[in-house]
Design a binder for this molecule. Structure first.
Ligand code: HEC
Length: 147
């Protein structure tokens, strides 16, 4: 597997240095300041920052790099836990995709029409999704979205 790992590292490195032109497929790297405004909508259920707690949604500190469904003490849907067990680890791009339609996203990840997320909110605008994901990255130890 040595070769495989090296190969992955090359892909990861080229993703990091990918010019902005490529970023467009997911709405760009996102603007964290604009994302702070978008996050107001998430605040109905989520907290982030110092003293953040689980509410009706899990706290979102350090969500980048976190395995899906693993914020301590939060009661996730079965599907979210299964997605984490299947290897889903959040990065900014995946968060942006997830919040477009959480249940549809989990259906795809789990390849099951029965999958369903507890998160009912859908972020409709592509720019909002990228921006709020960039905002969340500022509360995570992994500032650069990892692939
Ligand atoms: C109506 C409440 C609600 C709103 C509004 C909401 N969420 Fe959620 N969110 C949830 C719930 C509940 C979960 C857990 C989902 C599950 O278990 O299937 C969740 C899960 C998540 C996760 C996965 C976290 C983890 O620990 O695996 C992310 C990321 C997330 N939400 C981001 C957002 C963002 C960004 C917004 C705003 C654009 C948002 N959410 C708006 C309720 C909400």
């Amino acid at each position: 597997m040595r070769f495989g790992i090296k190969y992955l590292a090359v892909i990861a490195a080229s993703t990091l240095i990918a010019p902005a032109a490529f970023a467009d497929s997911h709405g760009g790297p996102g603007d964290a300041d604009a994302g702070a405004k978008v996050f107001k909508k998430c605040k109905a259920c989520h907290q982030v920052g110092e003293g953040a707690k689980n509410r009706s949604g899990p706290l979102l500190n350090d969500v980048i790099g976190r395995t899906a469904g693993t914020a301590e003490g939060f009661k996730y849907s079965k599907s979210m836990i299964a997605a984490g067990e299947a290897g889903l680890v959040w990065d900014a791009e995946k968060i942006a995709d997830f919040i477009e339609n959480p249940s549809a996203y989990l259906k795809e990840v789990l390849d099951s029409g029965k999958a369903k997320s507890k998160m009912s909110y859908k972020a409709k605008k592509e720019a909002d999704r990228a921006n709020v994901a960039a905002y969340l990255a500022t509360f995570s130890d992994v500032p650069v979205p990892a692939e």
